[in-house]
Ligand binder design. Sequence first.
Ligand SMILES: NC(=O)c1ccc[n+]([C@@H]2O[C@H](COP(=O)([O-])OP(=O)(O)OC[C@H]3O[C@@H](n4cnc5c(N)ncnc54)[C@H](OP(=O)(O)O)[C@@H]3O)[C@@H](O)[C@H]2O)c1
Length: 246
Amino acid sequence: MLPQLPDGFSALVTGASGGIGSALVDALLASPRPGRVLAVSRQAIRRPDARLTALPLDITTPRGRDGLVEAIGDAPLHLLINTLGMLHDAEAGIAPEKTLGDLDAESLTRLFQVNAATPALLLKALEGALKGRHPALIASLSARVGSIGDNRLGGWYAYRASKAAHNMLMKTAAVELRRLNPQATVVCLHPGTTDTALSAPFQSRVPAGKLFSTPFVAERLLGVLGRRTPEDSGDFRDWNDEPICW
Ligand SMILES: NC(=O)c1ccc[n+]([C@@H]2O[C@H](COP(=O)([O-])OP(=O)(O)OC[C@H]3O[C@@H](n4cnc5c(N)ncnc54)[C@H](OP(=O)(O)O)[C@@H]3O)[C@@H](O)[C@H]2O)c1
């Protein structure tokens, strides 16, 4: 697993109670290679493994990000996987828009905050732990529907646009991080349609055999990350290691 990273590497997974996030934590803990796995989620997760530190924080807030900085400090971080992402929230009345008439300023703002601003502010908070000369793999989960070039179907305005903004923020951070750590690699990853709470309301439209399980996706994403080098920094790739157009 992740041959670019040293034995005993330190890892941080955000959205660790989510479908893909929790499968990534499990996949990391199933390997003897990580020395420390930090799992950030609004409600702490539990696993019987002394290498796990579960941090109950909401990193969409300044207070949550401050708590993360306090927990990590400037200790070198080798692996950061951000899985935070939001498509719908029935309680808040947020659902993917089908038409322009469905657009709502508050929903747009919320999705931009969770899907675009937070991943970038997370990198800002962790700058001290990412800069230096140690190998640092940074992956933030995006979505193919965030590709502007690939947008043929329309709809899902806020999710698409917030993921496109996410991609630009990560690409820009990749350029800067190259200067702060020549061994840093930043990538946006599309996990494929995966059986989680995020996709649950839309799964009936997914063709048979095309809905991935979370352990499968975790394994594939770690495989894609394991093949990345700093020359790939700024890439947008899918679970099958295929590049996606911006
Ligand atoms: N599932 C798919 O088919 C699919 C397809 C393409 C892309 N993706 C992307 O893959 C990533 C992981 O998604 P998933 O399928 O694993 O979804 P999920 O099970 O819903 O997990 C998403 C996580 O994001 C965090 N989150 C969501 N809304 C939030 C909010 N309002 N405030 C704070 N945190 C919030 C939560 O973190 P906590 O752990 O703190 O609760 C949640 O666990 C997302 O970026 C998603 O856009 C998924």
